[in-house]
Design a protein around this ligand. Structure first.
Ligand SMILES: NC(=O)c1ccc[n+]([C@@H]2O[C@H](COP(=O)([O-])OP(=O)(O)OC[C@H]3O[C@@H](n4cnc5c(N)ncnc54)[C@H](OP(=O)(O)O)[C@@H]3O)[C@@H](O)[C@H]2O)c1
Length: 279
């Protein structure tokens, strides 16, 4: 593989550790962001899904791309397909960050993008991460500061995955051909309920953090009050339905298969990030 690797969402949760890992491996990387600034030693390039004029320059000299939709994207096919079409025309290999469980139903928007890619004839790998462990320091941090994680998860369990394990899986998929044409459900090593996770975070931080199973309506109100647009808040509430049903509890060996290493547990994550939750 002689060309460069384009990483979309380069300043984000998965993009940042992915760029760091690719740069450490000596891979030529183009870090795409709306600013176009360099990221962790990788060349920067301006990229905005909303501005199609940025697509071709970003793809210049590229033979592999990591493609994800930024958090907050509601129209997944409308956002991803115009870029994917251009990349596929240029025979770029695509590693797509999708979402755990979307293969349950072909009408799910993310699944429609997966099907488009599968039928495109371009080399591809699909990664479907489960709920990020790191959400505890992103979406749920404000609540945790007040001693509570309030989400509509019921008693459902999820096999939370650390973003660094997603990044390592992506790096493996981008730098080897042996996973091409496959989809991987990325999970952590065990399934925990939000009550279990709150207990793990309490133990690591030395603070009492409780789980409150909220209703969808309470959850949407909380997010809207925190500045999340109503439509995205409602979307987030809707994706807790599979959690309550137990559909996000499955554990896979995909991270081990892709990276040769076991994924990190929530406990290991909590110990490493204890200072954030202790504050
Ligand atoms: N959180 C979870 O539990 C979870 C679980 C499974 C799957 N997912 C999926 O993972 C994806 C999010 O991944 P992530 O958390 O790594 O991403 P992220 O951190 O939310 O976003 C990545 C980057 O996208 C850039 N961005 C924002 N608007 C953009 C635009 N219009 N055009 C181009 N870039 C833009 C931002 O960088 P700049 O501001 O620098 O441009 C941002 O740093 C979503 O598709 C979500 O559905 C999330």
């Amino acid at each position: 593989m002689a060309g460069k690797i384009l990483v979309l969402g380069a300043t984000g949760n998965v993009g940042k550790p992915l760029i760091a890992e690719l740069v450490a491996k000596g891979e030529p990387v183009k870090a795409a962001s709306r600013s176009g600034n360099p990221v962790s030693g990788a060349e920067g390039v301006k990229f905005d899904f909303a501005d199609q004029a940025t697509y071709a320059p970003a793809l210049e000299g590229v033979d592999r791309a990591y493609v994800l939709a930024p958090t907050g994207t509601l129209d997944i096919p409308g956002t991803l397909l115009p870029f994917l079409k251009l990349a596929i025309e240029r025979k770029v290999k695509i590693v797509l960050q999708s979402v755990f469980g979307v293969d349950a139903d072909d009408s799910i928007p993310y699944r429609q993008v997966e099907l488009f890619l599968e039928r495109s004839g371009t080399p591809y790998v699909i990664l479907r991460p489960n709920w990020f462990t790191d959400n505890f320091q992103i979406f749920w941090l404000e609540g945790i500061k007040h001693g509570v994680i309030a989400v509509p998860a019921g008693q459902g369990k999820s096999s939370f995955i650390d973003v660094r394990d997603i990044a390592s899986s992506a790096a493996a998929a981008l730098t080897s051909n042996k996973f091409d044409g496959q989809a991987f459900n990325l999970t952590g090593p065990e399934a925990l309920s939000y009550g279990d996770a709150a207990a793990v975070l309490s133990k690591a931080s030395g603070r009492s953090i409780a789980y409150k199973a909220s209703s969808d309506a309470e959850f949407v109100t909380m997010l809207v009050n925190a500045g999340v647009p109503n439509a995205y808040a409602e979307f987030l509430a809707s994706i807790f339905h599979p959690v309550r049903e137990g559909w996000t509890a499955a554990v896979s060996n995909a991270v081990q298969t892709l990276t040769g290493k076991a994924p990190r547990s929530v406990e290991a994550y909590a110990q490493e990030h204890a200072a954030i939750f202790a504050a």
